[in-house]
Write a protein that binds this ligand. Structure first.
Ligand SMILES: Nc1ncnc2c1ncn2[C@@H]1O[C@H](COP(=O)(O)OP(=O)(O)OP(=O)(O)O)[C@@H](O)[C@H]1O
Ligand SMILES: C[C@@](O)(CCOP(=O)(O)O)CC(=O)O
Length: 443
């Protein structure tokens, strides 16, 4: 199968869940999601082989990191198992990348299934391709950064880079899927700029991310990567339960039916979220780290053991979160500080009732002190909470930024902590195709 578009580049944004952590795991509640200016870019291109040599290989590299090349062979699995990818050695080593490998299996299987069903031919030889991943620097803490520029070179392997929790895996899965679909399929079949194209991408990326991640998340991070800032109500998890493992009999047909099917009950409202003019959402990296999976397990235990107590609190928190979204949308900035305090108050209460550090005392003291800085309207411990990050709503001017940076530097000195303002900002736009000159020097 020849490729439809020789070289294409796509980027998808990171995320922050400003309000709705844990609640958004259930369909009865929603999350207030902001997309971020930090993007993961994927450039997909053809591989030219020597005349007479038949080569079937997908080469993925992430040139900002050490030992970050993954090579895959692929073939059609028996009994409709789809396109099965198998990792090949690079030199003598083989370092798995679960998110890349799973995304290739899902996206190539979908591409093959779509082309087969429209041409009524059972199989297509998917041409070899080369994919390059470039991530904006804020996804990783980089005290050890060796070079600057839009895409830094990190002198470590991906495993050794401390992530800042901006949703690198969801942005990666989304931009990798989008670049493959755009590269291999004609725009009459897949067009990223259309509503239908985004829907296909969303469904396929959710399926792949969920499989790679072990089905724990609500999928708000993939929704942010596709649609940007939005309020998010999750899809029923059962939609994906019918999918067998890639390569297992029937995977191809079932994947096509799920992705293109009518069962998706996800609700993404892009128009419900905005940041008032003159304000900006900024993130602080607290360089500590919490383990989201562990926090989720403990909160969900409490939720099932104390159903009435948790429902009462969650309903209350949900209405505060909705009011917060409405205040932001209306640009009613004078009401913002008190509303953020109400949201934090209920979130902290959940932490106390479940005995889980959702807004630990150190974060409370820091957030309160930051809220007192001139130009800061307030903030939250976003997502699952814990120790790793803070999200701030503040005036979007150089003076406020300087005051916040000076405050954080002083705080870090006094407390022996490492808290800093990241470059990243809240942004509305989701996935988009990029022009290739953005990546000069990297391809
Ligand atoms: N630049 C990159 N190149 C290749 N793979 C990457 C890159 N960035 C992230 N990944 C993949 O994503 C994985 C990290 O995903 P993980 O879900 O643990 O973190 P995250 O999505 O950044 O954080 P969080 O879910 O807390 O926001 C890495 O182990 C790797 O497989
Ligand atoms: C706890 C949860 O609701 C939010 C986790 O957000 P984060 O990864 O901490 O940004 C889990 C989820 O929605 O996937």
């Amino acid at each position: 199968m020849p490729t439809a578009n020789a070289t294409v580049a796509v980027s998808a944004p990171g995320k922050v869940l400003l309000a709705g952590g844990f609640l958004v795991l259930e369909r009865a509640y929603t999350g207030l999601v902001l997309g971020l200016s930090a993007r993961i870019n994927v450039i997909a291109g053809d591989v030219t082989s020597e005349p007479g040599v038949e080569l079937y290989e997908i080469v993925v590299s992430s040139p900002q990191f050490l030992d970050a090349q993954w090579r895959y062979g692929y073939h059609h699995a028996e009994d409709g198992g789809g396109v099965k990818v198998t990792q090949l050695h690079v030199g003598s080593t083989i370092t798995p990348n679960r998110f890349v490998e799973t995304t290739l299996s899902y996206a190539l299987t979908y591409i093959d299934a779509v082309v087969s069903s429209s041409s009524k031919q059972p199989h297509h030889n998917i041409a070899s391709s080369r994919l390059v991943i470039l991530a904006d620097n804020d996804y990783y803490s980089h005290s050890h950064e060796a070079s600057s520029g839009r895409f830094a070179k990190f002198p470590v392997a991906i495993k050794g880079a401390n992530k800042t929790g901006l949703g690198s895996s969801a942005a990666l899965v989304t931009s990798l899927t989008a670049s493959l679909l755009t590269h291999y399929l004609p725009s009459s079949v897949f067009d990223l700029s259309t509503k239908k194209g985004k829907q296909t991408l969303h469904n396929l990326a959710q399926a792949a991310h969920c499989a790679a991640q072990g089905k724990i998340g609500s999928g708000f991070d993939v929704a942010a990567a596709v649609y940007g800032s939005c309020t998010y109500r999750r899809f029923s998890p059962g939609i994906l339960n019918v999918l067998p493992e890639p390569g297992a009999p029937g995977f191809s047909e079932k994947l096509l039916a799920v992705v293109d099917g009518q069962k998706w009950d996800v609700d993404v409202q892009e128009d419900s979220v905005s940041v008032p003019p003159g304000l900006v959402l900024r993130m602080c990296d607290v360089d500590c780290g919490s383990e989201t999976v562990g926090l989720v397990r403990r909160i969900l235990n409490w939720r099932s053991e104390k159903a009435d107590e948790s429902s009462a609190l969650w309903n209350d928190l949900q209405s505060r979160n909705e009011e917060l979204a409405a205040i932001l949308k209306a640009g009613d900035v004078d009401r913002l500080p008190a509303q953020l305090i109400q949201v934090r108050d209920r979130f902290r209460k959940m932490g106390h009732l479940a005995d889980v550090p959702l807004e630990p005392d150190t974060q409370t003291v820091l957030l309160d002190a930051l809220t007192a800085v001139d130009g800061v309207y307030g903030g939250v411990v976003p997502g699952a909470g814990g120790f790793d990050a803070l999200a701030l709503l503040m005036r979007d001017d150089a003076e406020t930024q300087r005051r916040v940076e000076e405050f954080l530097a002083e705080w870090s000195r006094e407390k022996g902590a490492k808290v800093k303002l990241l470059v990243v900002k809240g942004e509305m736009e989701g996935v988009r195709q990029e022009s290739l000159d953005v990546y000069d020097g990297w391809l």
